[in-house]
Ligand binder design. Structure first.
Ligand SMILES: Cc1ncc(COP(=O)(O)O)c(C=O)c1O
Length: 400
């Protein structure tokens, strides 16, 4: 019995099927729909075993099905007029207001919009920072997501990668030393070049929260500072975590990006970016034919993503979101306890949903969709991750 489990090839719910090649066969809408439904059920059946990634798969937006029969395009700014009139901007504004409050700001003091995901939010945040601090370098830790390097490259900004502490947080002392050095070599008429700091709120591998207040203070030796909080995974978690991590506008962030399909949960990748309103240009109509102002990176933007996020947050509210986060944190602690008993040396930083442990055999990694880096694997206890899945994982770990 054990042998068969260990040698069984991992199921691939998304095989590359020649029959799917467009133009290969005459169209058969009935068969195509049946195949799509099969794919959806296979992916849904697999979801409880997807433990290693931050996307929350516990949702059902099927009541929004009619929204799939209309194009909703939120052209330009969420608060702007729009000649097409086929948009969901009032819903988008509600999402931005809600997450601005979650991020410790008064909604009126923040500009924001629904993005394609955390990556676009980082690009927007760094572009905003560059307008005010054109001579500054970008500082981020070796635990920052690779999107930070990509955004810096696209914007022609120099990235300084700094070492992290054992717990995965960016070390403020090393930031201070690097910022001081850059001020010495580039004094800029005594004002210093400034510093653009990316604080990661929930690092990708360990789920650690950088301390925005400490990092802002450390970077000030370079002159003016812009802190972008990359809160793709951890923003809403930090907002409700018992240890109150310092991550938001009230703690000194100037811009913040959050993914929508991670802890909140959505069937399409999406997110929200927020920035201090005084750092963003005044709105001007970008073109006569759209009649919309556009400080967004894209012109056309998904009205569906805004609806999905609104629906998720409307159901939860701040109280429901808090209860959801606290449940996920309890599951993470349960994971630590069970993995300790399974003998795989789990570690977890304070108030993180990420539990790291010894990398197991490949068949376990594949079966449970674990994320690995070197000798370490991790699971992330987002909404769909249950105690019984953790129990079964631990049984597999003991048998291997
Ligand atoms: C810390 C961090 N930043 C940014 C991203 C990228 O976000 P997205 O996948 O929504 O573009 C991720 C994705 O996992 C992440 O963990």
């Amino acid at each position: 019995m054990t042998d068969t489990v260990m040698t069984r090839p991992a199921p691939d719910p998304v095989p590359d099927l020649p029959e799917l090649h467009i133009g290969a066969l005459p169209a058969d809408p009935g068969a195509d729909t049946a195949r799509l439904l099969d794919l959806a059920s296979a992916l849904r059946a697999e979801a409880p075993r997807v433990l290693g990634f931050p996307g929350n798969l516990a949702f059902d937006f099927s009541d929004l099905g009619p929204a799939l029969s209309i194009l909703t395009n939120n052209v330009g700014d969420p608060t702007s007029s729009d000649a097409s009139g086929v948009h969901t901007k009032s819903y988008e504004q509600a999402v931005v207001r809600f997450l601005a409050q979650t991020a410790g700001a008064h909604a009126d003091d923040v500009y924001g919009y629904v993005t394609t995901g955390g990556t676009e939010g980082i690009l927007f945040g760094l572009a905003t920072a560059r307008r005010h601090l054109p001579n500054a370098d970008v500082y981020a830790s070796d635990q920052a997501h690779y999107s930070v390097a990509r955004a810096a490259d696209l914007l022609g900004l120099h990235l300084v990668t700094l070492p992290s502490n054992d717990d995965g947080t960016l070390d403020p002392e090393s930031l201070k030393v690097a910022a001081f050095f850059h001020r010495r070599v580039r004094p800029h008429a005594g004002r210093g070049p400034g510093a653009i700091v990316v604080a990661t709120i929930g690092t990708t591998m360990r789920g650690a929260y950088d301390d925005v207040t400490e990092l802002r203070r450390a970077a000030a030796v370079a002159g003016d500072v812009h802190v972008h909080a990359d809160a793709a995974s951890g923003g809403p978690i930090a907002a409700h975590a018992p240890s109150n991590p310092r991550w938001n506008f009230a703690h000194g962030a100037d811009s913040i990006s959050i993914s929508g399909h991670k802890i909140i949960g959505a069937p399409v990748p999406c997110g929200v970016v927020l920035a201090r309103k005084d750092l963003v240009d005044e709105p001007v109509i970008a073109s006569e034919y759209t009649m919309a102002s556009a400080r967004t990176l894209g012109c056309s933007r998904s009205g569906l993503a805004a609806l999905l996020l609104w629906s998720a947050l409307r159901r939860l509210g701040h109280t429901g979101l808090r209860a959801h986060i606290l449940r996920c944190l309890e599951t993470a602690q349960y994971g630590v306890d069970q993995l300790t008993q399974a003998g795989v040396h789990p570690t977890r930083t304070t108030d993180s949903l990420t539990v790291c442990f010894d990398r197991p055999a490949d068949w376990i990694v594949r079966k449970w969709h674990l994320a690995c880096e070197g000798p370490t694997a991790h699971l992330i206890t987002v909404g769909h991750v249950t105690r019984s899945a953790i129990d079964e994982l631990c049984r597999d770990l003991r048998t291997s």
